[in-house]
Design a protein around this ligand. Structure first.
Ligand code: NDP
Length: 251
């Protein structure tokens, strides 16, 4: 079970944080890994880590907020690996902080670009490719427990993370007959470059709301990624896999 030999996984934002953690899990299961990120040095260092684990790994510079860049990076990815079996639209970020009524239009639109339009930019070429290959495929989007509980002073973040759940549910129905599944991962707080920038009060609140009293760890992402990429998840589509230690069910 959970053998990903011969499987090619694309992970956007795979050069750090949760993306790299998932890439490592996928590599351990035998998958070849394509990572996309903007920073060449971070891409190269993540690739080295994955190759040292024995994985066939390649990185492509891509800003996922740019649709044309995603089309080009996807073409380069399939040219290198021959095909893509699973596509993890993970790249994203917290976006601007502040009360909604005080945010300017540019700030509001920037978070839609970063966490929502980026996913569409990534999935469009992936879906085209998967349909052409006629071998099915796996679309996985990185949402957040914030989609369930909201994020005061960062409404755009929770809004986009909830929006991608609507997206994967639609894609699950639209593409199910073609053997393409679409699912979302909703993690709670896990320490990364992004989450490290949040206020200490937020970090403490996340711990209090976790049933175990602990934050999640990068290792917690590995098995989830492998399960969603593997044939063992074949009957699961349009679903949210909530990985938040109970944060979202806290009374
Ligand atoms: P990090 O900031 O640690 O990593 C973000 C990754 O995304 C980096 O690899 C970065 O690489 C890449 N990235 C950012 N913007 C772009 C862009 N425009 N184009 C291409 N790549 C980009 O964040 P996390 O690992 O914490 O977050 C990853 C995802 O997980 C996000 O979608 C986040 O919302 C979600 N998440 C995180 C949680 C947490 O607690 N950490 C909880 C719930 C969800 P580079 O700089 O090279 O572009």
């Amino acid at each position: 079970m959970f053998d990903l030999s011969g499987h090619v996984a694309l992970v956007t934002g795979g050069n750090g944080g949760l993306g790299l953690a998932m890439a490592k899990g996928l590599a351990k299961a035998g998958a070849s890994i394509a990572i996309w990120g903007r920073d060449d040095a971070k891409n190269a260092s993540a690739c080295t880590e994955l190759r040292e684990m024995g994985a066939d790994a390649e990185a492509f510079v891509c800003d996922v907020t740019n649709a044309e860049a995603c089309q080009s990076a996807f073409a380069a990815t399939t040219k290198n690996f021959g095909h893509v079996d699973s596509c993890f639209a993970n790249a994203g970020g917290s976006g601007p902080m502040g009360m909604l009524h005080q945010l300017d239009q540019h700030a509001w639109k920037s978070v839609l670009d970063l966490n929502l339009n980026s996913v569409v930019n990534t999935f469009q070429p992936a879906i085209g490719h998967m349909l052409e290959q006629q071998k099915g495929g796996k679309l996985i989007v990185m949402s957040s427990a914030a989609a369930l509980v909201g994020t005061p002073l960062s409404a755009g973040y929770a809004t986009t993370k909830a929006a991608v759940v609507g997206l994967i549910r639609s894609l699950a129905l639209e593409l199910g007959q073609a053997g393409i599944q679409a699912n979302a991962i909703l993690p709670g707080y896990i320490e990364t470059e992004m989450s490290a920038r949040t206020p200490q009060t937020f970090k403490d609140a996340c711990k209090r709301r976790s049933a175990s009293g602990q934050h999640g760890t990068l290792e917690d992402m590995e098995g989830v990624a492998v399960f969603l990429a593997s044939p063992e998840s074949r009957f699961m589509t349009g679903q949210c896999l909530v990985l938040d230690g109970g944060h979202s069910i806290h009374p």
